[in-house]
Design a protein around this ligand. Structure first.
Ligand code: ATP
Length: 335
């Protein structure tokens, strides 16, 4: 493992911000720290960067403990949400900054800057100033600047969240492409579940200073273990066991680590099969068209459920529908 974090903790004025954090990031792995505001994501990133000291525990990179190493000696690439480029320097000067302060020759710096600007698809922008760039372009420059020094670790704190949806989608893909190409271990903070799912090899879902669950995007989506993770992964069909058994004829077996009393059944919306049927118990209350799929709200007794079907399925509000849900379409979580 490139980065190893063991039993890390941190408090502010007696309030715990991080508790017993254990985390590994592999050689070329892209890890997303996902969680709501205040859960400790930025604090964790700042400790790893060396911008803040932990109260206890260890952070090591390639077997070397970082406790005594100042931030500037760590050689990490860091990109923040706010573009934080030097406004009085050109794009090329910004990108070459880290190389110049290392004392690299001007020709070497120029060559590397040109390569990096190519990589982030801004080849002819070197002479511009940050104020003359869009938000997305500034963030590309910030990424190029972070990569200039061949960092041993890339730390990204919500780098895309100030951008509009289209630019953000492009940059997600490009950032991942660049990171894959260079094979740099990367930790990215985000509170956006979709962003984490589309980019991460591993998602680390945090709640109140603790790691609630970590695994591949598929793992967290298909097998959330707690209500918090299920909520955060966008699941809205969470039913108490008594109700669930009325709706799902064959329930999945309850895992040993989940207490039956508080268990909730998490039903995946795309797996609910709706069938128009006069007199059926379900009633369509709303339909949201999303292009190829539609999001269908169904009232079933007192329960509101969300289903996703192909948009080709003709449905209308007020229509009665039957619901078919099997054991493989759902999983148990703890409340
Ligand atoms: P956001 O997504 O809003 O940035 P976050 O998950 O990154 O949130 P942190 O910024 O790490 O959360 O904060 C975690 C907790 O620690 C919060 O309760 C915050 O108020 C507290 N905290 C963070 N930095 C400090 C500080 N310097 N002094 C006191 N409390 C702090």
């Amino acid at each position: 493992m490139a980065l190893q974090i063991r039993n890390l903790h941190k408090s502010f004025g007696g309030q715990s911000a991080l508790e017993r954090i254990e985390l590994d990031v592999g050689g070329a792995e892209f890890v997303c720290l996902l969680g709501p505001s205040g859960c400790g994501k930025t604090t964790l990133l700042r400790i790893i960067a060396g911008l803040m000291a932990a109260d206890g525990g260890s952070v090591s990179l390639n077997g070397r403990d970082l406790a005594q190493m100042p931030a500037r000696e760590r050689g990490f690439g860091i990109v923040f949400q706010s573009y934080s480029l030097f406004p009085h320097m050109t794009v090329a000067q910004n990108v070459g900054y880290g190389l110049r302060i290392r004392g690299e020759a001007a020709a070497t710096v120029d060559k590397r800057v040109a390569e990096l600007l190519d990589m982030v698809k801004l080849p002819s922008f070197g002479a511009r100033f940050p104020g003359e760039l869009s938000g997305g372009q500034q963030q590309r420059v910030a990424i190029a600047r972070a990569l200039a020094v061949n960092p041993s670790l890339l730390l990204l704190d919500e780098p895309l969240s100030a951008l509009d949806a289209r630019v953000r989608a492009d940059l997600r893909r490009e950032l991942r492409e660049v990171q894959r190409g260079l094979g740099i271990p990367t930790l990215m903070v985000t509170h956006d579940q979709e962003e984490a799912m589309s980019m991460a090899d591993t998602i680390v879902c945090m709640n109140q200073g603790r790691i609630e669950q970590q695994g591949s995007p598929q793992d967290l989506y298909l097998r959330p273990r707690t209500r918090f993770v299920a909520d955060f992964m966008g699941h809205s069909n969470l039913l108490p066991a008594a109700l669930a058994s009325a709706l799902v004829p064959v329930l999945p077996p309850l895992p040993a680590d989940i207490d039956a009393a508080g268990a909730l059944l998490c039903i995946r919306p795309e797996r609910i099969r709706l069938e128009p049927a006069a007199g059926a118990r379900g009633e369509v209350t709303d339909i949201g068209f999303l292009g190829s799929i539609q999001r269908v709200r169904v009232r079933w007794g007192d329960q509101a459920l969300l289903a996703e079907t192909s948009s080709a399925m003709p449905l209308s509000v007020g229509q009665r529908v039957s619901l078919a849900i099997g054991a493989a379409d759902c999983s148990w979580v703890t409340a």
